[in-house]
Design a protein around this ligand. Structure first.
Ligand SMILES: Nc1ncnc2c1ncn2[C@@H]1O[C@H](COP(=O)(O)OP(=O)(O)OP(=O)(O)O)[C@@H](O)[C@H]1O
Length: 470
């Protein structure tokens, strides 16, 4: 990485290797870059300790490992769950067979717990709420790590499901949670993916041995639950440092969770507001997404400026048939992918599979990005990815197909939604993440009715009907 930190990036690089640091930065402002540079800097301190650079998803771990090809032995790059499993295993607290309940198993045990309590208290109305309601609220309890009903009842920042539940009725939800854990443990699953962090935290409290990491750096921190961050704070050696990088505008997992609830001890927040990736045209378009009525505002959001003045305006194309839309994207992405990196970002895996086979029929071996993809994103090549896995990555050209009302927001998410409004607010952030992946061109297409999440400001993009295309 031959990047010279500039402005506030340089100031953060120069901060002492002790204590807690929080950096909030807009898309493309160099959070991942400075996270990597600082990780290397800390790992190279003579006689210094080990450094953990931790992020949320597997694809980004691969990307960061690729960027830091001169990994030193003292620097470990991994995702939170790998860290958590490894730590619990080192303490003899991870069953030899996988002891973590997958989301479908979690749903199964919560449904059982709910049935049990409904039978026990047949007239209690709180217990008549939907299964989705209980899954969402139990996940919230786990991510905050409330260890008893009193803590949960007193919590000010409440989960969105419980927002319309009287405080005295939260005890019913907690009872379902207790029963869920009993049933899950009886089924051989000591943890689920959302309460792993609480177990790590509790274990660390009883662990007097020397900490493995002197410094921990968190990238994409906005998607870490408060309990995950608390456990990382606890994992750092006393003489060490914790540096948190995040962007609330890109919070696509666990909304309503805030790093401010996670025990990070700071007196100053650093703000990166210069975008080094997106041309000004894309930055302006991304800002228009945040002015959509479905966007949920947050005081930690950064008002961005772009470092790159020149670039084409984003393009939106309406097609009369989906078939035409797909053919246009396939032809166009193959042409563009010969001279630059080009990605098609889809809402779900089925669409990716379809594009992969259509591209293959035309002799193009596109790469699907997932946690196993080795080194990518900067090659002249066609890529495919989901909105979620695109997080943190960048490409010269980005294609986003199927921007129709029946696809975005995702109908499955709407069907399971406890609150439609909140689901819209979550889904619109996915669109924001996707558009800000582009270093140059941004092509968006649809056939049918345009998604309500698309910005209502036609001056921020160029619009074409398919018959206007050359
Ligand atoms: N000081 C700099 N000089 C030149 N290029 C930079 C600088 N800082 C960052 N960049 C470039 O800007 C782009 C965005 O950086 P990076 O991916 O680190 O941003 P980010 O804040 O993590 O973005 P996001 O949150 O959107 O994933 C990268 O191509 C990076 O190389």
């Amino acid at each position: 990485m031959n990047i010279k930190p500039r402005g506030k990036q340089e100031e953060v690089m120069a901060l002492p290797a002790k204590g807690h640091i929080v950096v909030l930065g807009t898309a493309g402002s160099g959070k991942t870059t400075v996270a990597l540079l600082r990780a290397h800097h800390l790992a190279n301190i003579p006689n210094g300790g080990n450094v953990l650079l931790v992020t949320f998803n597997g694809a980004l771990v691969k990307y960061m490992r690729e960027l830091s090809n001169n990994q030193t032995q003292k620097l470990v790059v991994e995702n939170y769950h790998t860290f958590a499993r490894g730590y619990l295993n080192s303490r003899g607290k991870m069953p030899s067979r996988n002891g973590i309940a997958e989301p479908n198993e979690k749903e199964f045990y919560i449904a059982q717990a709910l049935d049990f309590l409904k039978k026990k208290y047949p007239t209690e109305s709180t217990l008549k709420r939907s299964l989705e309601f209980f899954i969402e609220e139990i996940t919230f309890i786990e991510r905050f790590g409330f260890s008893d009903i009193t803590e949960y009842k007193e919590a000010e920042r409440i989960g969105r499901a419980s927002a319309n539940i009287k405080r005295e009725n939260r005890k019913w939800i907690f009872e379902v949670y207790d029963r869920y854990r009993e049933l899950r443990e009886a089924g051989g699953k000591k943890y689920d993916w959302d309460d792993l962090a609480l177990s790590v935290f509790n274990e660390l409290q009883n662990d007097d041995s020397e900490r493995r990491y002197t410094h921990i750096i968190i990238d994409e921190g906005q998607d870490f639950s408060p309990m995950m961050i608390k456990s990382l704070v606890e994992s750092v050696a006393d003489n060490g440092s914790l540096t948190f990088f995040g962007d609330v505008a890109q919070q696509i997992y666990g909304s309503r969770l805030s790093w401010r609830d996670s025990g990070i001890d700071i007196n100053k927040v650093w703000r990166f507001d210069v975008n080094y990736r997106n041309p000004m045209t894309i930055t302006e378009f991304a800002k228009s997404i945040t002015r959509n009525k479905y966007w949920r505002h947050d005081g930690d959001m950064i008002d961005a400026t772009s470092q790159i003045a020149k670039g084409p305006k984003p393009i939106l194309i309406e097609f009369s048939h989906k078939q035409h839309e797909v053919s246009w994207i396939v032809d166009r992405v193959i042409t563009i992918g010969k001279a630059s990196s080009a990605v098609i970002i889809c809402r779900n895996r089925d669409d990716i599979t379809n594009f992969l086979s259509l591209l293959k029929n035309k002799g193009c071996e596109a790469i699907e990005i997932n946690k196993g993809t080795p080194g990518f994103a900067h090659l002249k090549q066609v890529y495919l990815t989901t909105f979620h896995a695109a997080k943190g990555l960048e490409f010269d050209n980005v294609f986003i197909p199927y921007l129709t009302e029946d696809k975005i927001p995702d109908p499955d998410m709407i069907a399971r939604a406890v609150s439609i409004e909140e689901t819209y607010a979550d889904e619109i952030k996915l669109l924001y993440v996707a558009v800000t992946r582009s270093k140059y061109g941004l092509y968006m297409t649809y056939s049918g009715n345009l998604s309500p999440l698309f910005p209502q400001e036609p001056n921020t993009y160029d619009f074409y009907y398919e018959d206007q295309l050359s």
